[in-house]
Design a protein around this ligand. Sequence first.
Ligand code: NAD
Length: 411
Amino acid sequence: MPVFANALAQLKQAVDHSHLHPEVAARLKAPERILQFSFPVTMDDGTVRLFDGYRVQYSSARGPYKGGIRFHPKTNLDEVKSLAFWMAIKCAVVGIPLGGGKGGVTVDPKKLSKGELERLTRAFARRLAPFIGPEQDVPAPDVNTTPEIMAWLADEYARIVGKQVPGVVTGKPLSAGGSQGRVPATAQGGMYVLHELLAKLKLKPQALTVAVQGMGNVGGIFAQLAHQAGMKVVAMSDSASAIYNPKGFDVTAVEHYKKEFGNLKGFPSARSINNAQLLELPVTVLVPAALENQITGTNAGRIKAKIVFEMANGPTTPEADAKLAKRGITVVPDVLANAGGVTVSYFEIVQNLSQYYWDEGEVMEKLKLIMVTAFKHTWQRAEQLKIPLRTAAYVVALERIGQAIEVKGKY
Ligand code: NAD
């Protein structure tokens, strides 16, 4: 299912509710630059394989391009373009001085040895090098890319330019210039937003049941934090398996089981379900935290959650959005819910450039302020214009991007 068409449909809805100049709106319908690479990597057996890689630099209106790099067998240009667009909106929603970009390589990293993965990352870094930098474009982790992969990227870049430039990429390990709090930042940022929403809806965390799709960096940590906050996490999944227990899970035990057995099949006292069933469970909060296009026109009518909390990027199609809104289901959009990751990435760049590092308490305090403020602005705009939270978040973002474009002159 094409994703960029969904992104453009979301843009159009928000443009209809904003006072954006049509010429400025037109600028956001296409990326500023698309980079596409075909590059060779030597495999362990001596053969050479060609891989396709992409970097889309969508908007630099508010600052250097910013966004993750994804390694996935289904990654393609359409997907990367959409993710880059959402980054531009997201950075504007939380008001950090960055634009939007995204990258990806079409590869199944689970089928590569560690050496092959490192050579692929370094080869991709060599292609990206002329186009990235702290003042140009700053990659970060996304699906299947880790702090270690970010360290390889930064190291390859340093070799090319002949000096250390830690701010060229974020999400690095602490020992390679990373920021405290970057690993849990996306999930923690989401949790700050969820608590604000619960206060508005007069719901207590202890009264919630939660289903989380995906248990990687984002979903796994979000489930942990939800459990710690007293919510009942009743369903969890990865790409191969899903489990359900209406009484709730000890999330740490589920994580340990996944580490030991590779997936969730056979987890004690749980019903084995599939990812499609997980989405349709009778829970208070459904948290898609895996990939795009999970809630569509086909299954939106069967979603029973009261709140869809988008920790993944692009999990809900515009057709599904309309159906959920009609049924009174609150959707907290990706560009707000999962913006904690890029916010702490911004802190990481600031720390790298100033060579002064903050403790975790300071990072979290600053993150909370930004996330809570972004929620308040979005909520206010939704109430004022009587529009869903997604459109409201886009309206907030478009005003900021529009101002940045107009103040510089349009040409
Ligand atoms: P990850 O690679 O750490 O984890 C992805 C998880 O999703 C894994 O548990 C995998 O098994 C699962 N998964 C994959 N396909 C699935 C499927 N079809 N059904 C169910 N589960 C599936 O990736 P991540 O960093 O946790 O990213 C997850 C989502 O969050 C993506 O949409 C990403 O763009 C978004 N996101 C990530 C960050 C970040 O800081 N890492 C920030 C903002 C948004």
